[in-house]
Write a protein that binds this ligand. Structure first.
Ligand code: 5GP
Length: 212
């Protein structure tokens, strides 16, 4: 039987830079795939349906929930987001390693329901850095920044449930912070691939070849 792919769930607070890290991993390593989620939020300029997300309306999302089509789903900032079971099954059955880049609630659902999934938490290096990144977006009011920072405290409290924690350093302190973080993610993927249990098939085949 062909080896199943592995599931890597990357999550962390908004503003910690998880999507830039994932984009960098995918660009450098085409052997890793990213699951395209469904969302009820409107596409942003430049986003393509079926590539960035599957953009669906509320009624369609409700149908998908009823059909039990989601591997996990969650409310995030007034919208709903979900990972399709069909995508996860197809990629893992084809032996491809798959990344889910999802929010903390969704990640905790996955880690509870699938003990073989690998949780990677992307953390900002400090409160000061996160505040700076949120302010740099220029879209948040002072009140909203305060609320978000409070929410982050709760999100960081869940990091203890993950298998790995990546600290995404401040670009002004570490100019290649993004590459370092992406390399750390790919190192985790590589280490999981090299685990003895994932090399059993190879070792069995090699052993019988040597004994022939
Ligand atoms: P954005 O709207 O900025 O693309 O994403 C907002 C948040 O939703 C991010 O934290 C992102 O990781 C999360 N997200 C994206 N897709 C999914 C998904 O399928 N499930 C869950 N639970 N969160 C998701």
């Amino acid at each position: 039987m062909a080896k199943r792919g592995m599931l890597f769930v990357i999550s962390g607070p908004a503003g910690a830079g998880k999507s830039e890290i994932v984009k960098t991993v995918l660009k450098k390593h085409p052997d890793v795939r990213l699951s395209v989620s469904c969302t009820t939020r409107a596409p942003r300029p430049g986003e393509v349906d079926g590539v960035s997300y599957h953009f669906v309306d509320d009624a369609r999302f409700d149908e998908l929930v009823k059909e039990d089509a989601f591997y996990e789903w969650a409310h995030v900032h007034q919208n709903r987001y979900g990972t399709l079971k069909s995508v996860v099954q197809k990629e893992l059955e084809a032996g491809r390693d798959l990344i889910l880049e999802i929010d903390v609630q969704g990640c905790l659902q996955v880690l509870e329901q699938d003990p073989s999934a690998v949780g990677i938490f992307v953390s900002p290096p400090s409160r000061e850095n996160l505040e700076k990144r949120l302010r740099a977006r220029g879209t948040e009011s002072e009140e909203s920044i305060r609320v978000r920072l409070n929410n982050v405290a709760g999100e960081v409290a869940t990091a203890y449930k993950y298998h790995y924690v990546i600290i995404h350093q401040d670009w002004s302190d570490v100019p290649n912070a993004l590459d370092i973080a992406a390399d750390e993610v790919y190192s985790i993927i590589t280490a999981k691939r090299c685990e003895e249990k994932n090399r059993k098939g190879f070792l069995d085949a090699l052993s019988s070849e040597l004994r022939a």
